[in-house]
Design a protein around this ligand. Structure first.
Ligand code: GLN
Length: 554
């Protein structure tokens, strides 16, 4: 398909902002994109956020959380980069399959087309075939958005990133600079011996972009301190950018302060000015300011343990961390998370680690490492009546723990890791999605084959979760391959554990609760993925409240 045909179908309102990163990785481009989007929303514009990841994996679903942090899951079942989580939390716009692309996906499409003969005998090349495919992605599934913000993963200079830079150059060429802005995020390192912020790496990074035919229109400079005006002037001159478009992104204490800080620096105003839009009207920052008020002056503090496997890399639990913060904000409390490596609990006394926490959360996970430690934490919470929240694998292990230690089935386990066990948690091979049967095979591909995305669940009238949600049915996001087998429901009931929610057909358990306990809830889904600072997830609000009520403080 010719790109021009796609361009003709675009809404003339659509303007594109491409966000690239330079100098080093981990500059917070995702947060920068999410913050800018939210500021533009506050000015009344409709936004969409997209991530273009140059790595060769089809999606991050099969990558270790140590490599790539959390895998974010959208309602429509896409396993995507964690930046999509920032986008959703800041803008409230639900991310979709069409908002996330990787080189793996692009090549998969190109090769499929080549095999089908769609290229009519042409030699397939990066330009135009790969770049056309990237363009198609950029233009796809849009309606009347004012701004489409597309973040390019990685750092300028990465070999995998080159086709993306070439593509966005072409987009600007085709649409004209009136509809396209290039925003480059860089770092100004501070050299203590010289007492100076250094601009050279930024200059080099911009030169690099210019080699690809991209002249940035705005620089967002990460810095530990305010950037003196003369340095801004120097950057502007050397990088061929308007001085007022050199924006300082000074380190701040909370990510929820970022939109406020950017707006104070004039970022949203300058973006509007660039596109010839009304830029003098002040941006309403009150929603962010209200949140910051609570974060800066909490009424109290509560410590909650998260017993997991990837606790050395907190990016692996990004949404979880945020959802707990949101639960804290809703209760006007600061949530202090005590990250505990599950394996540590396997050797030693659990109260050495858990006696100073008011609640315990066991998050999702895969594989055997740390499972015994997680089970020790669950038992501790159950026996000591500490609020407990089990998410996905955490829920499955909570059910196994009750089966083993209350029902007395000592070899109860999950077929994922416990060979020859009583299969309380087993491999699902079939389930229903929107009326269509989904079938999985034990030896099938690992990538993209889990029960993924939003599924409905029905809450039992007498359950705690029914009170918490205040609704009869819920829709939550899933990412799992195994499932608690309903045939153990009676045994669980006899031990005080109750299946509080199931899939609409009653076949798959979605939530397990222990009744004779102040707050013990295990959920098969990932509620953390839907929590937002302005709409904290009810389960996290209630869990944090239970922790505060427990009052077992530091
Ligand atoms: N490993 C478990 C499963 O596949 C749990 C997955 C998770 O916690 N996300 O069912």
């Amino acid at each position: 398909m010719s790109e021009n045909t796609i361009i003709e179908t675009l809404n003339p309102k659509n303007k594109f902002i491409f966000i690239t990163g330079g100098v080093v990785s981990s500059l917070g481009k995702g947060l920068a994109s999410a913050s800018l989007a939210s500021l533009l929303q506050s000015k009344g514009y409709k936004v969409r956020l997209r991530k273009l990841d140059p790595y060769l994996n089809v999606d991050p679903g099969t990558m270790s959380p140590y490599q790539h942090g959390e895998v974010y899951v959208t309602d429509d079942g896409t396993e995507a980069d964690l930046d999509l989580g920032h986008y959703e939390r800041f803008s409230g716009v639900p991310a979709k399959r069409t908002d996330s692309i990787t080189t793996g996906k692009i090549y998969q499409r190109v090769i499929d087309k080549e095999r089908r003969g769609d290229y009519l005998g042409a030699t397939i090349q990066v330009i135009p075939h790969v770049t056309n495919e990237i363009q198609e992605f950029i233009y796809s599934d849009l309606s009347d958005e004012d701004f489409v913000l597309c973040e390019i993963g990685g750092t300028v200079g990465d070999i995998e990133g080159q086709p993306y830079l070439e593509t966005i150059r072409q987009v600007a060429y085709d649409l004209g600079k009136e509809r396209v802005m290039f925003l480059h995020v860089t770092l100004l390192p501070y050299i203590p011996t010289a007492g100076e912020l250094k601009t050279k790496p930024t200059q080099h990074s911009v030169k690099h972009l210019q080699e690809y035919g991209i002249q940035p229109d705005m620089l967002l400079c990460r810095s530990q301190m305010p950037i003196p005006q003369n340095e801004k002037r120097k950057i502007a001159l050397f990088c061929n950018i308007k001085e007022e478009n050199v924006i300082t992104a000074e380190d701040v204490k909370s990510i929820y302060q970022v939109p406020i800080a950017y707006s104070m620096e004039g970022m949203d105003k300058q973006v509007c000015k660039y596109f010839g839009l009304d830029c003098d009207q002040p941006t309403d920052l009150s929603k962010w300011q209200n949140i910051m008020k609570v974060i800066s002056n909490p009424e109290g503090e509560v410590q909650i343990a998260v017993v997991g496997k990837y606790v050395q890399l907190l990016e692996a639990y990004k949404s979880l961390n945020e959802a707990l913060v949101h639960g804290g904000i809703a209760n006007h409390h600061k949530v202090k998370i005590k990250w505990i490596d599950a394996e540590d609990l396997e050797n030693g006394n659990p109260s050495d680690y858990l006696s100073d926490v008011s609640a315990i959360l066991v998050p999702g996970g895969f594989g055997s490492r740390g499972t015994d430690g997680k089970m020790i934490a669950i038992r501790y919470a159950r026996e000591n009546k500490l609020p407990f929240f089990g998410i996905c694998f955490g829920m499955q292990l909570a059910v196994i723990e009750t089966m083993r230690n209350v029902v007395g089935v000592k070899n109860a386990g999950t077929t994922e890791i416990h060979e020859g066990c009583e299969p309380v948690v087993g491999l699902m091979t079939e389930w229903d999605k929107e009326g269509a049967k989904q079938v999985r095979h034990k030896n099938g591909d690992l990538g993209g084959t889990m029960r993924l995305g939003a599924y409905e669940a029905v809450l039992k009238p007498e359950s705690l979760v029914r009170q918490i949600y205040g609704t009869e049915t819920i829709s939550e996001r899933h990412r799992h391959r195994y499932e608690v087998n309903m045939k153990y429901e009676k045994d669980l009931n006899s031990a005080g554990m109750f299946i509080a929610a199931t899939s609409p057909d009653g076949k798959l358990p979605e939530i397990a609760e222990i009744r004779n306990h102040p707050w013990f809830v295990g959920v098969q889904f990932h509620p953390e993925l839907k929590s937002k600072p302005f709409a904290p997830h009810p389960l996290f609000v209630s869990f944090v409240k239970a922790a505060i009520d427990k009052g077992r403080l530091l």
